[in-house]
Design a protein around this ligand. Sequence first.
Ligand code: HEM
Length: 131
Amino acid sequence: MKKLNVSAFVAMALFMVLVFPAAAQETYDKAVVVQVMRGNVATLGQVKAALNKGDFYAAAEGFWKFAEGQNKIMQYTPPKGSKAEWDRVLGEFVSTALRGVGASGEKDAAKGLAIVEELQKLNKTGHTLFK
Ligand code: HEM
């Protein structure tokens, strides 16, 4: 009887180890998402102002913050909408933001501002699908 309990415990532990790490990583963390979103609002202002005054270092920093934040939340499964769409929209957001870093490196304000518009379109798409 005791032996059976040990086997059952081992089987259960193995099951938890195999199944839960993957699930735990994808549990939606609302506090983190809200923090990233509030950061996005500040970053949007920072990037636009920086591009408009030709401060390309600050613009690149902002674009990078956009990429970092959305890359961080990509691990989650959204409470509303599909995980595949979440990965697609956030993946596109991250690559678009990285193109913004490139445009900042080229000191091309018009290109950078056009990329900000693309990010705002993805923002709308994201909120329609997941918020
Ligand atoms: C420039 C880009 C973006 C800005 C400025 C922005 C801004 C915001 C703001 C202000 C909130 C409300 C936060 C609060 O409760 O105080 C929010 C929530 C949210 N946003 Fe965004 N967002 C952006 C991009 C995105 C993208 C790309 C996605 C998804 C693909 C997304 C998904 C969400 C979700 C799911 C929430 C709800 C969070 C929750 O309460 O659980 N956002 N966003």
